[in-house]
Design a protein around this ligand. Structure first.
Ligand code: AMP
Length: 270
């Protein structure tokens, strides 16, 4: 599989459409920033199966985009710990707790936020996992400690996990996607410096907003994030394999291709 401009262009522009479509619904990725906003916890499911999914995969495989699509189309609730931390980083520093300020530092360096801080954020949103139309966890759990804590919580709530979807992509593709990724600070459209460049460098085609590179997409942070993934998160693959819930999906192609592959595989297990 080539990682030339064609693949990147197709991936980035399709990713944009996927994100915009998802955001046009009521499935705002930061919708659960406030714990009380797990508003669909008691809503009736709108489709037959309530899917309870965890998404795994190295940074840059496109988990966030898949989470948006799954969330939108399965009508599931979506919890992204990365989005929660990014939203927290936009708060005034004086409004941030010392634990949150330290979490921001970890995040900037591409390191994992300590389990205790992550768990506090997730536990405040326990309603999310009770969401009757199912849920998609994206970026959580990321360590064996977090996975154990989630397992105990779900057992105590008597809520089963349907599947853990592990997105797989060769390292070279991941690095190419992450290092050239640029995001609009206003509308969140995603570009790629070579694969899907804007018409005017640094300016969003859609809303003229300023494009920025996520701090943790800089080369020094990517190296740290990949090492952290190998050390802390890759062991979750064995953990969930042993529980019989792991499903591996190749993350090659456009977001729609990957989504179709995911749904097909999940339906075959149902
Ligand atoms: P993401 O958007 O999921 O790649 O997350 C961005 C950053 O947030 C990560 O590089 C970590 O610094 C932090 N983060 C998000 N989720 C977790 C988690 N479950 N455990 C530890 N750190 C996390």
């Amino acid at each position: 599989m080539s990682i030339g401009g064609g693949e990147l262009k197709a991936f980035m522009s399709a990713q944009n459409n996927a994100i915009v479509n998802a955001e046009q619904g009521d499935h705002d990725r930061c919708g659960w920033f406030h714990p009380a906003a797990a508003h669909r916890a008691t809503a009736a499911p709108t489709s037959g199966t309530a899917w309870r999914l965890v998404l795994l995969g190295a940074p840059g495989v496109g988990k966030g985009t898949q989470a948006d699509l799954l969330n939108q189309r399965l009508d599931a609730c979506h919890l992204s710990t990365g989005d929660l931390f990014r939203a927290a980083s936009k708060q005034k520093e004086s409004d941030q707790s010392p634990a949150m300020r330290s979490a921001m530092e970890h995040m900037r360096r591409g390191e994992l936020v300590p389990d205790s801080t992550v768990w506090e954020m997730v536990r405040e949103r326990t309603n999310s996992i009770r969401c009757s139309s199912g849920f998609v966890l994206d970026g959580f759990p990321r360590t064996l400690g977090q996975a154990e804590a989630l397992k105990q919580l779900m057992e105590s709530e008597k809520i089963p996990l349907n599947a853990v979807v592990n997105y797989e992509l060769p390292l070279a593709n991941i690095v190419a996607r992450l290092s050239g990724r640029r995001t609009c600070e206003k509308c969140k459209a995603v570009y790629h410096v070579t694969g899907n460049p804007p018409k005017i460098e640094g300016v969003c085609d859609r809303c003229a907003g300023k494009l920025f590179q996520r701090e943790d997409d800089r080369p020094e942070s990517i190296t740290v994030r990949m090492a952290v993934y190998e050390r802390s998160t890759a062991p979750l693959i064995e953990f969930y394999k042993a529980l019989g819930v792991l499903v591996s999906i190749p993350a090659i192609g456009s977001p729609e291709d990957i989504y179709a592959r995911t749904i097909e595989t999940l339906k075959a297990r149902a």
